[in-house]
Design a binder for this molecule. Sequence first.
Ligand code: HEM
Length: 446
Amino acid sequence: MKNKSALLFLVLALASLLLGILFGLLASLQYINSDFLKEYIAFNKMRPFHVTTVVSWIILCAIGSIYFFITNLEKHTLYSQRLVKVHFMVFLLTGLGIYISFFLGKMEGREYLAYSPILTIPILLGWILFGINYFKTIRKKISEWPVYYWMWGTGIVFMIYHLCEAHLWVFPYFREHFIKDISVQWKSYGSFVGSWNMLVYGTAIYVMAKIKNDKVSAKNKTVFFFYFLGLTNLMFGWAHHTYLIPTQPWVRYVAYAISMTEWIVLGHIIYSWVKSLSKEQKDKYNMAYKFLKAADFWVFINIILALLFSIPAINYFTHGTHITVAHSMGTTIGINTTILLASLFFITQNISPNYKATPSFLTKNYYIFNISLFLFFCTLIYAGIKRSNWMYFSKDVPFSTMQDELHTTYIAFFVFGLCLVFSITSLSIVLLKRLKKALNGKYNFE
Ligand code: HEM
């Protein structure tokens, strides 16, 4: 059955992506000149504008994809069309509320959820509506569920739980005890990311299974092993965020071991899938195939970085430097965004199979995206090493001198960021045009 509301989520996701990368670009200009736009949106505001908007891109695109897959491709009758519309409106209005909260300087939230905490209530409501609609729609034959149904369901349930947990600091019992407060805060953020990874990785496995036209592999032991590993990661992988907190050493070792395994298995699943495809299958959904292959490459790059900086002795020097930013952007752009772009190309190709699978314009932008992201990532690591050197090994060198020394690096970061923005914008415009045509009823998609 047709579900155009799913497309509304996807359009909103792409709009968030475009706006989010614009904020990122402006923030990178503030690295070069800290006075840039200072009177209107200083860096301490620009950063939450950027981070919240790009995180919204990830979440909205995953939600839109899931709604689309379960109704339009899996042909389930949606439990309630009205609930999807209410869900969409709640998220849209809350998004506007978050921007207003930032503009007014009401940023009493924490880190990645810097907006006024009251806005978490409608966000939770949206997730509950999504959960009701999802489970009521697919509730039959649970024993036959493919792995992606489990992953999406788990992602939704844990998202609700961890959003609540991330706000426990509002209670004095947590807020007034420093170590308890920091532990709970970082634990919840790690698990919050784990929850959206469940939605995104489930989407990757779904798209892979569909391109290969394979109903069996989404039910085999490897993918279910991956699911349980992801779940373990979601529950315990957070501990690598808390190395600085005095805790039992075994907690760190377990966290370190767990947080690496998930990526290794995901990398292996995508790698085996790429190798098993026929030329025809690769050609039919070529852009989706290409972006999933790119995700595999970025899994590999991020594993190398994470393997190194998850070693507690190294983590001590990298914590609070641009190396952490390289890790966050390397994973959210390199893995999450590539998988979601693959999902969008897969969806639009499904809506209208007449689209040429790989116009040269898209292929060019695919390469610009990956090359500029690689250089962007390397620049952040270089800046992180310089900063760590200043923090721990340079005595009496003022902060401003270190910043001056990094000036050229920041310019390089901006230039590579600009190329990244160019490629993402070009790809997004093509996708937006396709979605707009579908929304206007140009295609009678099923
Ligand atoms: C899909 C695109 C993007 C995603 C998903 C993304 C994601 C993120 C995330 C998660 C952070 C928080 C990092 C942390 O706290 O460790 C961040 C920070 C940042 N991003 Fe991005 N980003 C994207 C694109 C860009 C672009 C294109 C630029 C610049 C041209 C940019 C510039 C920045 C800057 C300057 C920061 C602040 C780093 C700091 O706190 O010093 N981002 N981004």
